[in-house]
Structure formats: structure tokens, C-alpha cells
Design a protein around this ligand. Structure first.
Ligand code: FEO
Length: 135
């Protein structure tokens, strides 16, 4: 069983966004497996860098859609993105310096943040985006 199971409850029903969320889920699952398999720092660095790249691209996509449709929750939503980006950048820097120790605490943070953000914050824009014809 994967650390984070992708299922219909995580789908926002907008294909491009769901695909990016799946990539983030996959990165966290791979990181979790790397921890279980006691893989070396090189693989951890690679997955964390990939996760950061996915997150940056994903946040830019969502924020672009919010701006282009005058989404009223933009400020609060983008603040959550910035919070995650800060944490992810910190993990990336630690992994590059060889200082990162992957623990279940780190993995739980990533998992909980992503699930709570998708289910709580992202879901709020769905009807707004759909009203603007974004699918
Ligand atoms: Fe899907 Fe707001 O991140």
C-alpha cells in the first residue's frame, strides 16, 4: 500500500491540476519508500529536487488560474503555497548539504500538508474555476 493513496476524494476534477497533484503524491511516496529501503542521500536529493520543481510549477499554474479569474481567495491560498515552498526549499538545502535525515516526522509533514491543502484549500476554487470554464 502506498504511503499516500491517490483516490477520487483527492480529485479536484480539473485534469491538469489532478495530474500535477498525482506527481506530488508520487514524489512523497517515493521519498517514503526511499526511507524504508534506507536508500542513500543521492536518491533522496534527487526526489526532493523533483518534488520542489513539481511544487513550483504546480503553484504557478494554480496561481495563474486564480489571477486570471480574479479568485477572491488568492491571497490566503498563495500564502499556503509559500509556506510549503519555504519548507520544501529548506529540505532541499539540507539534502544538498548532506544534513537531511529522513524521518517519519518529515514524511508526515509532507503528507499531511498536501492532503489537507488539496482537500481543504484547493477544493474551494473548484466551483469558481468551473464557472470560468477552466476544466
Ligand atoms: Fe494544488 Fe494549491 O496546490
Amino acid at each position: 500500500m502506498a504511503y499516500i493513496d491517490w483516490n477520487a476524494s483527492l480529485s479536484v476534477g480539473i485534469a491538469g491540476i489532478d495530474e500535477q497533484h498525482k506527481k506530488l503524491v508520487n514524489s512523497i511516496n517515493r521519498l517514503h519508500q526511499a526511507m524504508i529501503d534506507k536508500k542513500g542521500p543521492e536518491l533522496q536529493r534527487e526526489i526532493i529536487a523533483e518534488m520542489c520543481d513539481y511544487a513550483v510549477n504546480h503553484f504557478a499554474l494554480e496561481e495563474g488560474m486564480m489571477k486570471s479569474t480574479d479568485y477572491p481567495g488568492y491571497a490566503a491560498h498563495s500564502e499556503e503555497h509559500e509556506q510549503f515552498a519555504r519548507e520544501a526549499t529548506d529540505l532541499k538545502a539540507k539534502s544538498e548539504r548532506g544534513e537531511l535525515i529522513l524521518t517519519i516526522v518529515v514524511l508526515s509533514f509532507l503528507k499531511n500538508w498536501l492532503k489537507n491543502h488539496i482537500l481543504g484549500t484547493d477544493m474551494k476554487y473548484v466551483s469558481h474555476f468551473k464557472r470560468h470554464g477552466l476544466e
